[in-house]
Design a protein around this ligand. Structure first.
Ligand code: COA
Length: 133
C-alpha cells in the first residue's frame, strides 16, 4: 500500500532572537540544542545565526508534527538536520526522537527550510503512521 502523509508541522523563527541567545549563552546554547554536525555547518557560514535559526525552526516544526512540545521527552539535539552534497536538508534522528517515530509507525520524514536575514522557516512532514494502514 502507498504510504500516506501522517502529519505536518511548520515553524517560523526570528533570526535576531537566536542571535541574542547565541551572544548571551554561546556554546552552552549550541552544545545543548544542536548536534556537532549542525554546529560545524552553521559556524562555517557567513551569518551562522540564520542557519542556527533555521535548524531551531526545524526542531520546533518536528515537535509540532509529532504533537508534543519542548520538554515532551525529546532532546532538541536528537532532531538533527543534515545537508546532502547538493545542500538538500534531511532529518537524522537519534535516541528518543528515533524510537518515538518507530513506535508511531512513521516510515519517512521530509523537511524543507527557507530563510532571509530576519526570519527562518521550516516545514516537516511525516509519512506512514498506523492511521494509514
Ligand atoms: C535550493 C535553492 C534554490 C535555495 O535557494 P534560496 O532561495 O536562496 O534559499 P532559501 O533561503 O529559500 O533556502 C535555503 C535552504 O534551502 C535548503 N537547500 C539548499 N539546497 C537545497 C536543495 N538542493 N534542495 C532542497 N533544499 C535545499 C537548505 O536547507 C538551505 O538552508 P541551510 O543552508 O540553512 O540548510 C538553492 O540553494 C539551489 O539552487 N540549490 C541547487 C543546488 C546547488 O546549486 N548546490 C550547490 C551547493 S555546493
Amino acid at each position: 500500500m502507498d504510504e500516506m502523509i501522517e502529519s505536518v508541522g511548520i515553524d517560523l523563527v526570528e533570526v535576531k532572537r537566536i542571535e541574542k541567545i547565541l551572544k548571551k549563552w554561546g556554546e552552552k546554547f549550541t552544545g545543548r540544542v544542536f548536534s556537532e554536525g549542525e554546529i560545524i555547518y552553521c559556524s562555517k557560514k557567513a551569518y551562522p545565526s540564520i542557519h542556527y535559526a533555521a535548524r531551531f525552526a526545524v526542531k520546533e516544526a518536528f515537535l509540532k508534527c509529532l504533537g508534543v512540545g519542548i520538554g515532551g521527552g525529546i532532546a532538541l539535539k536528537d532532531i538533527e538536520v543534515h545537508n546532502s552534497d547538493d545542500g538538500r536538508p534531511e532529518l537524522h534522528l537519534h535516541r528518543n526522537a528515533k524510537h518515538i517515530l518507530k513506535d508511531r509507525g512513521i516510515t519517512g520524514t521530509y523537511v524543507s527550510i527557507s530563510h532571509t536575514n530576519h526570519y527562518a522557516t521550516a516545514i516537516v512532514i511525516f509519512e506512514g503512521g498506523f492511521g494509514s494502514k
